[in-house]
Design a protein around this ligand. Structure first.
Ligand SMILES: [Zn+2]
Length: 455
């Protein structure tokens, strides 16, 4: 019987796999028979460090005579580092598609990017979206998503998805949560019901949701924090990351495709703690690294400094993701410091609040000065669906009339702006012109558009 393999757990000296037996190819309906974890060794033509770049690598299984086709050990390929900065071009391979970095991931909290359909997202060329474990756990429940066949089938989005671990949301509940040694007890923001997240239960939840990239369960260190407080908090994250990886290694996946695991680096604004966190997480060998606890109220310069110190120590050959950041200029600054992946609610949330990011700066389209600009696109230099078809006057009217379409059109523009900015960054990186371009953009994009055609 043909079979298909999923759920490789790296991080220990041996590679453990879980088998899914399938009928026919991957696209066809499959029957899952999960075997106990098997010990595997690299077979002929395979390279345990993932140096070969085929989509699948050959492994020989000690307890199974057949050759198994597995994913590369390292799903990230560093294509290029800029000769003038730490900015990088890369490629992250998942079972639902390849992600070209630097990348921005639109946020679809409850398995929906607010106001924007998956069809719109495909048109916007979004390569990956993010969903929130905390929200999906409370509603509709992660076992229901598993029953639906995973998040891709549930929401009809067939490209990659990343889920956060819920750590940040639980942390944000402040008065509704209690941090304990083995997890966090919290009350639902919906109905006040009591719940408990442990590193293991959060991995189970993310396995059920079935995102392509899943995140460690972490404790977000508040800002400001003393070194002692930050260290105490970091110790939770480090212990929980180990527990999460242990759970993943010992328990079979729910869906028959690979889920990459990213470790999260905490440590507050204390560089020695961040370095310690990196060394500890590096020893666990996750598929990628995220920087958590940034953009939590600290000045932007401090955020850049911490990110830069972290990328000095992070392995070159793994993807790096700064969670929950930020403005377009934040992204450009961080790309220059060696960050590959970003997510933020800002483009969609600000769109709903009347703010657009444009090629000429920030435009607050609610203003009266736009009421008769029938011939002016929200961003005259933009070729998104909104800017190609509607005037800023109409968008303003929709917003003041509280029409849902205002949120959709404004969100489409802002997402296009972020995604297009990342595409331009990639083009400039390929041409070795990223730094002068980014420097000019960082100044330009922060300006306020006055609405008289100039800025
Ligand atoms: Zn536009």
């Amino acid at each position: 019987m043909p079979f298909y393999v999923a759920g490789i757990a790296t991080g220990t000296a041996e590679t453990r796999v879980f088998l899914f037996f399938t009928h026919g190819n991957r696209a066809a309906p499959f029957q899952q028979v999960v075997s106990p974890p098997l010990k595997c060794q690299p077979g002929p033509g395979a390279n345990a460090e993932g140096a070969t770049r085929q989509n699948r690598e050959r492994f020989l299984c000690e307890t199974h005579p057949d050759i198994l086709y597995l994913w590369p050990m390292n799903p990230f390929e560093l294509i290029k580092t800029s000769p003038h900065s730490k900015a990088r071009l890369g490629k992250l391979t998942t079972d639902h598609g390849v992600i070209h970095t630097p990348i921005f991931m639109p946020v679809g909290t409850a398995a929906s990017v607010k106001g924007v359909s998956p069809r719109d997202l495909e048109e916007l060329k979004a390569e990956i979206i993010l969903a929130n474990t905390y929200h999906l756990y409370l509603r509709p429940g992660t076992s229901l998503i598993a029953k639906a066949g995973g998040i891709h089938r549930f929401m009809n989005w067939n490209r990659p998805v990343l889920t956060d671990s819920g750590g940040f949301q639980v942390w944000s509940l402040k008065d509704l949560r209690k941090i304990k040694e083995n997890g966090v007890e919290f009350r639902s923001h919906l109905d006040g019901s009591k719940h408990f997240f442990s590193p293991e239960s959060v991995m189970k939840a993310q396995r059920e949701i079935g995102a392509d990239i899943i995140m460690a369960f972490d404790e977000c260190t508040p800002y400001p924090s003393t070194e002692k407080e930050a260290e105490h908090s970091l110790n939770y994250t480090l212990r929980w990351t180990e527990s999460a990886m242990k759970y993943l290694a010992e328990n079979p996946p729910v869906h028959p495709y690979r889920q990459l695991f990213f470790g999260i680096i905490q440590g507050g604004m204390h560089i020695p703690l961040r370095k310690r966190a990196i060394e500890a997480v590096k020893a666990l060998n996750p598929d990628g690294y995220a920087l958590g606890g940034l953009s939590v109220g600290e000045p932007a310069e401090l955020m850049y400094e911490i990110a830069e110190a972290c990328t000095d120590s992070l392995p070159e050959d793994r993807a790096r993701y700064v969670m929950g950041v930020g403005t377009p200029w934040n992204l450009l600054e961080l790309i220059g410091r060696g960050i590959d992946m970003f997510d933020c609610v800002m483009p969609t949330r600000n769109a709903r609040n009347g703010m657009l990011f444009t090629s000429e700066g920030v435009l607050r389209y609610k203003g009266g000065r736009y009421s008769q600009m029938f011939d002016r696109a929200p961003d005259p230099n933009c070729n998104c669906y909104t800017c190609r078809n509607f005037s800023v006057a109409y968008l303003r009217h929709l917003h003041h009339s509280k029409e849902i379409l205002a949120f959709t059109l404004a969100s489409i523009h802002n997402l296009h702006f972020y995604l297009n900015l990342m595409q331009q960054a990639k083009n400039h990186l390929a041409a070795d012109t990223f730094e002068p371009w980014a420097k000019e953009q960082i100044v330009r994009l922060q300006r306020e558009v006055c609405g008289d055609g100039g800025s």
